[in-house]
Design a protein around this ligand. Sequence first.
Ligand code: TXA
Ligand code: MG
Length: 318
Amino acid sequence: MIGKDLAKAENLLREGKLVAIPTETVYGLAGNGFNEEALLEIFKVKNRPFFDPLILHTDSLDKVKQIVSDIPDQALSLADTFWPGSLTLVLPKKNNVPDLVSSGLTTVAIRIPNHPISLKLLSKLEFPLAAPSANPFGYISPTTPFHVSDQLGDKIPYILDGGNCNIGIESTIIGFPNNKPTIFRKGGLSIEQIENVIGPVSINSNSNSNPDAPGMLKKHYSPRNRIEIGDIDLMMKKYHNKTIGILSFFKSYDQIPKDLQFVLSPKMDLNEAGKNLFTALRALDQLNPEVILTEYFPEEGLGLAINDRLKRAAAADH
Ligand code: TXA
Ligand code: MG
């Protein structure tokens, strides 16, 4: 059920039930981060493997300090600058964080999301909310309440409606292994913005081989259809005898029916493109063309995160 009843959401969460909540990045499947039953239910509803750790969400630095044992100076600068926002910090955890949240790691991922409704909800709760993206494991993250209800509507009691997500791509995850700031997942906060505050960071978003971010599987964000990334004009020739869907940055293509084309930002704005990405991928998936053709976006700003998600989508077995 989709609705705007904050008290209902609060009561369900207090009872250990799950509620899908809006954030500026994507919708989260939220449960009490200190309640083992709620945590188990999150893994069950998403069909998520236990080795993939969860992000805890809260609304203040004071509450963050109750669950982490140390905040390095660089992490504090980032928190001061970007929270609430699309930044997740991976920090050493205190013992009150259940192993289910962190998949047994000594660190925990935390974020203060920038969405008025969820901030209000979080401010009423004395416990943090564990909230992975509210999609079945391995599928595209939801950016509207309807995306959530399409896939998980019959498995959870409530979806808190906060409209469409403004950023549309999951948060950027940064940790500090050996005191070196390291990006574990490219996301809604650009690396340029982060480097403006703390200087150069390393990037280690390459999934499978990275034991610190076991959830960053290469095959992720996958629609059911085959996706190819490259020069769209050339690929259109290669696939002239197939039904083609197109996901482009700003160009449209006369040869392809309009309803099979998704132009993410005619005005070439990477933020707008990021906001539209998952909605377009979902729509294309439902239209079910034989092949989806897309291209690399400029490697700057949100373009890095967009390319990352497209590569993961294209890496899927079909
Ligand atoms: O934007 C977001 O981050 C959304 C919204 C709902 O906040 N949440 C989200 O959660 O994308 P999820 O579960 O889909 O992705 C969480 C990822 C894990 O897959 C893993 O890669 C990383 O966070 N992670 C969690 N705990 C970690 C840890 N202790 N060390 C390294 N990476 C961690
Ligand atoms: Mg996810």
